[in-house]
Ligand binder design. Sequence first.
Ligand code: FE
Length: 202
Amino acid sequence: MNNSREAVHTETDAALRTQALESLLVEKGLLTTDIIDGVVQKYEQDVGPLNGAKVVARAWIDPDYKRRLLEDGTAAIAELGFGDAHGSKIVVLENTPSVHHVVVCTLCSCYPWSVLGLPPSWYKSYAYRSRVVREPRVVLREFDLELPDSVEIRVWDSNSDLRYMVLPERPAGTENHSEEQLVALVTRDSMIGVAKIESPTK
Ligand code: FE
């Protein structure tokens, strides 16, 4: 176990409970610390929001893929080779000019790891979890996302079995972009719903 993980473990009761559980599983021979460290390293270093960006770019260029993605996110994401090792379902929500989706886990920090990597610390904060439900427009403004009153905001509460990912709007001025160029435009925050994707011509 490296130092950064030890530092994290001192932070909260939840982390202490996790550590106790981890110790117990290791002691019982059900897990090894190597396996645990491998999983953490995988999500810290190998799986980032890039997987999600590939899903979004494919949906933008391929209407059939987009339809499948919105119908059954888990299956369509698996088509691109990404999936959740824990088997939780992913539902993809499409942002449009009139409806804006934003994702939270009010209870803890459930997040679609397989497509977005590890959640940012603000996603896990009590302030975000409690406020985005009550006053989403205000919270989004704090993320520098000012939405007109005509745009309906829908907040989705993730849990351990069902996790949400936002399909952001394709920005103007990208009609001639390649799939690879589109991937590079997609941000993590746009897939959580706290940002839009800027037009590259702006
Ligand atoms: Fe959670």
